[in-house]
Design a protein around this ligand. Structure first.
Ligand code: URA
Length: 232
């Protein structure tokens, strides 16, 4: 059961305050009867809610891509820090989206959000092995032994075992890293275990998805084709 005003706003048709006016105007029906009380509890699975005669199917599934800037924590709320939620326009935030996995406060780049809980769990499961590609600048130069250590599956200082990963040195103090899992501070800790200190980190790709032309700090909805490409 869910409040009617919450149902209306999470359907993406209005804000919570617009919902009040819409309800007051008698534009909403529940099972064919006009309902003006936003506090009324409804069951979206068994009841039919209409706005101006059009059936609302409830929460529209969305998957979003954000080009995260540094300085925001990946959390839905934080008492002190700015969160990635603040970067979403209100009409998208209203759809109850949550970040898929996390990027550290200092890390930039591709971060997905969705309001589909099943999809979220499938995407963060290491069993799915969606490759994630990072660009790192670091102190020290990655050598062939480091590349081999990544490929073999590194063990971190605290005993954490990492899945085999790719390390490609692409310039002096620059590397591309491909992971198939997302442990806490994973790239930074893997690099540190090889004596390489990451000074800048950006996620550039997840599966077939890249940031493309999306500016830093901007967000866009994925198309259905893009969503399907995440779950081959
Ligand atoms: N690895 C890290 O160390 N940080 C991130 O934000 C993502 C991967």
């Amino acid at each position: 059961m869910e409040r009617l005003d919450k149902f209306l706003s999470s359907s993406g048709v209005c804000t919570r305050s617009q919902g009040k006016a819409i309800l007051k105007a008698g534009r909403v029906t529940v099972d064919g009867t006009v309902e003006r009380d936003g506090a009324r509890k409804i069951d979206p699975d068994t009841q039919t809610v209409c706005l101006d005669g059009e059936v609302l199917s409830g929460k529209r599934r969305v998957v979003l891509m954000l080009n995260k800037p540094a300085g925001f924590v990946t959390a839905t709320e934080d008492p002190v820090e700015k969160t990635v939620m603040e970067l979403l326009p209100p009409e998208l935030r209203r759809l109850d989206v949550k970040p898929v996995g996390r990027l550290d406060k200092a890390t930039e780049g591709l971060l997905l959000f969705t309001n589909d809980g099943d999809l979220l769990h499938r995407l963060i499961s290491p069993k799915k092995e969606v490759p994630k590609v990072y660009y790192a600048r670091h102190e020290g130069q990655a050598a062939q032994e480091d590349v081999q250590a990544f490929a073999a599956g590194l063990m971190l200082g605290d005993g954490t075992v990492c899945l085999p990963a790719e390390l490609e040195p692409i310039g002096p103090g620059e590397s591309r890293i491909t992971l198939r899992e997302g442990k806490y501070h994973q790239v930074r800790r893997m690099m540190a275990s090889r004596g390489l200190t990451v000074t800048y980190l950006e996620r550039r790709q997840e599966g077939a998805l890249t940031l493309g032309e999306l500016p830093r700090g901007a967000v866009r909805e994925l198309t259905e084709t893009e969503v399907r490409s995440l779950e081959p």
